[in-house]
Design a protein around this ligand. Sequence first.
Ligand code: SF4
Length: 180
Amino acid sequence: MARYAMVIDLELCLGCAACVTACQVKNELGPRRSRARVAEVASRKGARLHLNFYSERCNHCADAPCVRNCPTGASHYAEAGLVSINRSRCTGCQACIAACPYSARYISAEGYADKCDFCGGREPACVANCPSSAMYFGDLDSPASEVARLLKTRKSRVPRPESGTRPHVFYLTSRKQERA
Ligand code: SF4
């Protein structure tokens, strides 16, 4: 059984938001709703200012507060580490939206909770359409996958590790080899 993850190289991301547009088109969301977004975060290294772009979406957390707090079981763990929403069980109560520390969910035009679904485990539209090839998708548990290789050889971090949610989206922060 696979365990899907997304890996995003902060050194390659241009902040162009092609990932956001690709997601809106693929999922027919229209221009006002999106399952992804690009956040800009400034940091300082000595006298130098640095601007990083973070392509963000549902992290398909292994310990997901949205699943824990869904009163109807609509939000659930699906196969291969995906966090999914059963639309027929969703009442649109927004408990999952309140529980998610990443603001990854919204209410769809039809009234149910919605979010990134990693394109169901096929190559996500955001990954396929990234013009700088900053995004990778694959099976964490397959030693042959690019995501497993990158996480083994590059320094990375997950969003808000203090939340304890064990995200399946990782950001590569450095080209330096940290681990053998
Ligand atoms: Fe749930 Fe939010 Fe984690 Fe996605 S990012 S699995 S919506 S808690």
